[in-house]
Design a protein around this ligand. Structure first.
Ligand SMILES: NC(=O)c1ccc[n+]([C@@H]2O[C@H](COP(=O)([O-])OP(=O)(O)OC[C@H]3O[C@@H](n4cnc5c(N)ncnc54)[C@H](O)[C@@H]3O)[C@@H](O)[C@H]2O)c1
Length: 491
């Protein structure tokens, strides 16, 4: 609590939940740069008033602290990855914003206006003139809106690993003051914000939830590598721990999200909505993957079947594919964990996960079979894998299923080379022990697997991709990036 020269006077009372009247308008945020006065206090100098004011202060401390007025908002973005950085760049145009990350290297590159994730351009970073960057938690002092965008991975037993979220909550708890709000964006299971994060903030700060500080949840929907669906033009879910907090969160995001917001009645609803967006995609892709495996055995082209079925108005246009990355292949385990905790054993969600987790090995087996059917069986066939990242036009290597293709091929004694112009060679080596090939040789491979449909590969075209192989080499097109007849196998 900050006191600026004198005795603290009465803090304005909140108007009670349900009115939203305690949330000032955001359109007139003119005081950018000023430090907040989270108590909404004024100073008094007359000693005669002291007793009354102390009484008022005691009363004020038992009522809800007002949320920051727009001109006093000072934002901290905790975690500057794929989600946090675009948010920091957007808010940094409107409010004083501290972008905080525990990774000093990340802060260094961002200070040089370079984003290795390629989500935020140099010009956008330069435009965010109210954005400061730091890896020092003491820089968060004075912030009153904390937006947490740290990873939510799973552990080796596929259980939620909440350690980054817990650690970020400790950081927030150490910096938050009365009237502050912590908004979580990381994908979690319903209940995690209020059951896991809020108690940590309470114990670190000594503040009381929904009286001294508030919480919000506004999940992120961006899609790495997608130039069309950006933070500004994706409708955003918002929620808060009180009606005033919900109103505050909603108005805050409306400053940067031009597509608007959808406010949910509770934080748990917003948490559940986010996680099922990815569960639904995962299960639908799993169904199509299963159908693709059946049709492959029946020697029917699955794409032709899906196109034909897609002529019905309510047939959903999913396609088979590898499900990797930090979201779709991970988030369902957050929901299944919570379901199991309350005694419900989810079947469909976990079946979907099993199918999708097996697709990399399935591709590897099919390529190995095609090589041997071609009579190209040599002691150790040479295979070139094009693409390692978990999706096209994106350098993200997290949980890439291409690694399963490679391991399956190696189990068939293949010598596998991997080329990916999008991926950091150092990260590939450190994460998977894979040494990327910068410049694949022509005419030497028994099989080529077009694993990721990066635009560079699509531009090369089938003929130049085939040129990497020996005459008659197998070309397998996982994502159907090439015309159907240009390859020897597809998912
Ligand atoms: N990547 C996506 O497309 C996407 C989309 C929607 C939602 N999400 C969700 O958003 C969250 C963040 O994902 P991401 O892809 O941005 O992760 P990321 O790994 O790209 O970035 C996370 C950043 O947080 C930092 N960090 C880790 N612990 C920290 C801590 N205690 N304090 C401060 N910084 C810390 C890391 O150094 C890293 O820079 C996850 O829950 C994810 O599921 C991601």
């Amino acid at each position: 609590m900050s006191v600026h020269g004198g005795i603290i006077a009465k803090a304005p009372r909140t108007t009670g939940h349900g009115t939203g009247a305690n949330v000032p308008g955001f359109d007139d945020a003119t005081g950018a740069g000023k430090m907040p006065d989270p108590e909404g206090t004024r100073t008094v100098s007359s000693a005669a008033d002291t007793k009354d004011h102390l009484k008022d202060l005691a009363l004020a401390m038992t009522t809800e602290a007002p949320l920051p007025a727009p001109e006093h908002i000072r934002i901290a973005i905790v975690g500057l990855g794929y989600v946090g950085l675009p948010l920091a760049a957007a808010f940094g145009k409107h409010f004083p914003t501290i972008g905080f990350d525990i990774n000093a290297q990340r802060i260094d590159e961002l200070r040089r206006h370079h984003d290795h994730t390629r989500e935020v351009a140099e010009a956008e970073l330069r435009d965010a003139d109210l954005l400061e960057l730091s890896c020092d938690p003491s820089a968060l002092a004075g912030c009153n809106v904390f937006i947490v965008t740290v990873p939510t991975p799973i552990d080796e037993f596929k259980r939620p690993d909440l350690r980054p979220l817990e650690s970020a909550s400790r950081t927030v708890g150490a910096a938050i003051r009365r009237g502050g709000i912590a908004i979580y964006e990381s994908t979690v299971y319903p209940g995690a914000t209020e059951e896991v994060c809020v108690p940590i903030i309470e114990s670190e700060s000594g503040l009381c939830f929904n009286r001294d500080f508030y919480a919000g949840y506004s999940p992120e929907r961006i899609n790495p590598g997608d130039r069309e669906h950006r933070l500004e033009n994706i409708l955003k879910l918002t929620s808060g721990s009180t009606p005033e907090a919900a109103e505050f969160v909603d108005r805050l995001y409306r400053k940067v999200v031009k597509a608007g917001t959808h406010r949910t009645s509770t934080i748990r609803v917003a948490e559940a909505a986010k996680v099922i967006e990815n569960v639904q995609r995962d299960v639908n892709i799993a169904l199509i993957n299963e159908l693709a495996m059946i049709f492959n055995r029946l020697q029917i082209d699955s794409e032709e079947v899906l196109e034909a079925a897609g002529t019905k108005w309510n047939f959903l246009p999913f396609r088979p594919g590898l499900v990797g990355g930090h979201c779709i292949g991970v988030d369902p385990y957050y929901l299944t964990h919570k379901a199991q905790q309350i005694g419900y054993h989810p079947e469909m969600i976990l079946a979907g996960r099993r199918i999708n987790d097996g697709m990399g090995s399935h591709v590897g087996r099919r390529v190995a079979r095609l090589v041997s059917q071609r009579g190209m069986a040599v002691a150790s066939p040479r295979v070139l894998v094009l693409g390692l990242s978990f999706k096209e036009n994106c350098p993200d290597l997290r949980n890439t299923q291409v690694v399963d293709i490679i391991e399956e091929l190696q189990a068939y004694n293949a010598a596998v080379d991997v080329h990916d112009p999008w991926v950091s060679a150092q990260e590939a080596r450190e994460t998977y022990g894979i040494d990327l090939l910068a410049d694949p040789e022509c005419g030497v491979y028994d099989a080529i697997v077009l694993a990721v449909a990066h635009r560079e590969f699509a531009e090369l075209g089938a003929e130049r991709i085939r040129a990497f192989g020996k005459p008659g080499a197998v070309l397998f097109d996982v994502k159907r990036a090439l015309p159907k007849d240009a390859s020897d196998g597809q998912l």
